[in-house]
Unconditional design. Sequence first.
Lengths: 117, 113
Amino acid sequence: NAGVMQNPRHLVRRRGQEARLRCSPMKGHSHVYWYRQLPEEGLKFMVYLQKENIIDESGMPKERFSAEFPKEGPSILRIQQVVRGDSAAYFCASSPTVFTGGTDTQYFGPGTRLTVL
Amino acid sequence: AQTVTQSQPEMSVQEAETVTLSCTYDTSESDYYLFWYKQPPSRQMILVIRQEAYKQQNATENRFSVNFQKAAKSFSLKISDSQLGDAAMYFCAYRSAGNQFYFGTGTSLTVIP
C-alpha cells in the first residue's frame, strides 16, 4: 500500500504565477488535510476535505487559496498570484473513514516545498 | 479552540541515554487523541506514537513511550536508548472530536555521539 503521494516535491514560481500542489491519499483513505509549514515553525492547519466536499477551511486564507478533492483524482491545493510570503512547505495528510470512538491517525506525504522568487 | 504547547524548543541527549520531551494541551473535550510525530531533515512527517484519551494505560512503541496525565493535560514522550537516527524535530499533536488536528511548535532533538 503506497503512502501519501505529493507532487511536485519542489516547485518554484515567480510572483504573480499560480501554484498547483497535488496530493494522492493512501488507498482507502477518504479524508485529506493540507498544512503549511513556514521555516522554523510547526504545521498550521489549512483545510480538511472529503471526496467532493470541503469540511473545514478555517485555516486557509480567503484570498488566492483554494482546495478541492474531486471524486476521481488527487486533491489539489491551488494558490493564485503567489507572493513571497507563500514560500513554505505544504504537507498533505490522509486518514481513513472516521468511526465514532475509533482511532483516526493522519498519514503524511513528503511535502511540497514552494519557493516564490 | 484547542492549543498544544511544547515548551522546549531544543533538547539534546547522549547516545544510548533517555530523554523526555514535554507537551501540554488545553481542551474542554473529554474524548480525543494525542500523537507524537517526528520530522527528520527530509521534512517528512512520521508517526511515532499515539494515545487515546479514554485509555489510562500509557502507549508504548519499542523505545518510545508516553506519560499521559489526563487531569494535568500533559503528554510527554520518552525516548529510551537514544540513537543517532532519533535526531529530528518532534511535534506533539491533538486530534479533536471534530477530526481537526492541532500541532505544537516542535522540539528539535539533537543526539550527541
